[in-house]
Every structure is written in C-alpha cells, then in structure tokens.
Design a protein around this ligand. Structure first.
Ligand code: AMP
Length: 283
C-alpha cells in the first residue's frame, strides 16, 4: 500500500490502473479506523482490482462548536489497518490541498439533507456533499462504499450521484457493532467507562422500536415515546432526535409501512453519537 498526499499523485495512479483495464473501488473516510471502516475496505477489495481509501477530516462538515480540532487521528495505526484490510492507495490530503484559499463552490442536496442530522448540524451535509463530489472527481472510481451507520449521509450521496449523473455505483454497507450492540464509531474513544456503558441506550432504544413494530405497532408517535422512555432511564444520555421515517425519503409515514428507518442521535456526556436500524413492514 502506498500513502499519497497530493491530488496529482492519486489521479495519476488511478489513471494508470484504469488504462490497464483495472476496476477501482473507493472508500472515503475521516480515519481512526475500526471494524466498520475495515468492512468497507474489505468489500471494496473483494469487488475491485484497485482500492483507494481517502483519509481526510473535512473541516467543511464540522460546525464551529463541534469536534474538528479534537477528532481522533493516528496515521501510523490507520496505515497498518488499511493495508491489512486490502487498501492499495491511502490518500491523505492536507486541508489546503482540498480547499485552496480562493475556494468558493459548494454542493447542496436540498430536501434529503433536511431533518434528522441536517437539523442538528446546519451545513453538515453541504460539507459532506461538497467533499464527496470533489473526492469522486479526484478518484475516478467505478464503485464507492459508504456505511449505513451514517444513513442520511448515504442517502444524500445517492441523491447527489443520481441528480448530477455521476458515473459510479454507490454501495451501502451494513452497520458493524461491538459485541454488546454499540455501533462502532471513531468517536467512541471519547467515552469514559461509565459513558461507554451508558452509550448502550442507543441500541436499547432501537431494539425497543423493533420489538414494538414486530408486535404490530404502526404508530410512530407511540414508538417514539417508548424510545424516549428508555432514554429517560439513562441520566448520562440526552436525546438529540429520534426519527421514524420512510427509509427512502426520510419523511414521516403514518401508519408505518414499507421500509422504515429508525434513526437517532444522542449526547452521551459531551459525545454526540448516532445509530439507526431499517425495518421492512410488509403488512
Ligand atoms: P467516517 O470515517 O466516520 O466518516 O466513516 C467513513 C465511512 O465508514 C462512512 O461511510 C461511514 O458510514 C462508515 N462507517 C463508520 N462507522 C461504521 C460502522 N460502525 N459500520 C459500518 N460502516 C461504518
């Protein structure tokens, strides 16, 4: 595996591979890898000849009071893990390489960016869409891999790819969890031992929702209330939002039917965590 820092170098290597007829898989990340990231890299390796992983903590998608400065970073560790998982190229640009001083173009994916995380993090998906389109233009891939963990992000990227006629396939991959159910996240390192235990409340709330639906409940308000009650029993956690919506449009469906997304965000101590689950309702 080779680590490259410039747009010019990564472009050249991808072009050479494509000229040889090789297929290219791309995994955009912000680094500090865990099994969630590695599952995407392994899938990309299984389906493509060349795998490019980008590691870029994108300033544009962080709000002024968010954790850009403290976001966990460990390049050596990430290089080793990406290599073991099958990455061929690790692209690690500096912020100045991606956003030179006269940068002034932004991508806005309107409707699907609203609500859920879009409401709590104004400008977040504009930052995501902008950097992802730039990365797609830099790394001319056949397939790009995203986790269902960031459910709204995946839908924003899919919408952008369709609306702007991007010539690549967007592939969604399942959420990887710790054995006790906590969704893996680079931000989990912020949690102290009590918070780590308290963080299980997100998964518990999702399980409660799933159980309610399996028991025949179709009223999202009632399910929402049951989930809120789970959170009330956990003093270290505070709900940001709970959304029970159409998995496709992220809009409410009452009564619930079809593919439903149950998504939530909560603060555990100072750490904001997200998680979600999709459930198919046939009747
Ligand atoms: P990040 O570095 O957090 O921006 O994540 C990079 C990619 O990995 C995104 O497509 C995420 O959705 C995906 N990802 C992060 N955590 C997980 C997880 N626990 N399971 C599956 N995919 C994940």
């Amino acid at each position: 595996m080779i680590t490259v820092k410039t747009i010019k170098d990564v472009r050249k290597m991808v072009r050479e591979a494509r000229d040889k007829g090789q297929s290219v898989g791309f995994v955009p990340t912000m680094g500090y890898f865990h099994e969630g990231h590695l599952s995407l890299i392994r899938r990309a390796k299984a389906e493509n000849d060349l795998v490019v992983v980008s590691l870029f903590v994108n300033p544009l998608q962080f709000g002024p009071k968010e954790d850009l400065a403290s976001y966990p970073r460990d390049l050596k560790r990430d290089q080793e893990m990406a290599f073991q998982a099958g990455a061929d190229i690790l692209f690690t640009p500096e912020a100045g390489e991606m956003y030179p001083s006269n940068f002034q173009t932004f991508v806005e994916v309107a409707e699907i960016s609203q609500g859920l995380c879009g409401e709590s993090r104004p400008g977040h998906f504009r930052g995501v869409a902008t950097v992802v389109l730039k990365l797609f233009n830099i790394v001319a891939a056949d397939r790009a891999y995203f986790g269902e963990k960031d459910a709204q992000q995946l839908r924003v990227v899919r919408r952008m790819a369709a609306d702007l006629n991007l010539d690549l396939q967007i592939i969604g991959c399942p959420i990887v969890r710790e054995p006790d159910g906590l969704a893996m996240s680079s931000r989990n390192v912020y949690l102290n031992p009590e918070e780590r235990q308290a963080a299980l409340v997100l998964y518990r709330a999702l399980q409660t929702a799933k159980q309610s639906i399996e028991n025949g409940e179709r009223d999202p308000q009632i399910i929402n209330r049951r989930m809120q009650e789970i959170f009330l029993a956990e003093p270290l956690a505070e709900v940001d939002y709970i959304a029970i919506v159409s998995s496709e449009t992220l809009k409410p469906i009452v009564p619930l039917s079809g593919e439903v997304l149950i998504a939530l965000a909560a603060k555990v101590g100072k750490t904001r965590l997200i998680d979600n689950m999709t459930i198919q309702i046939d009747s």
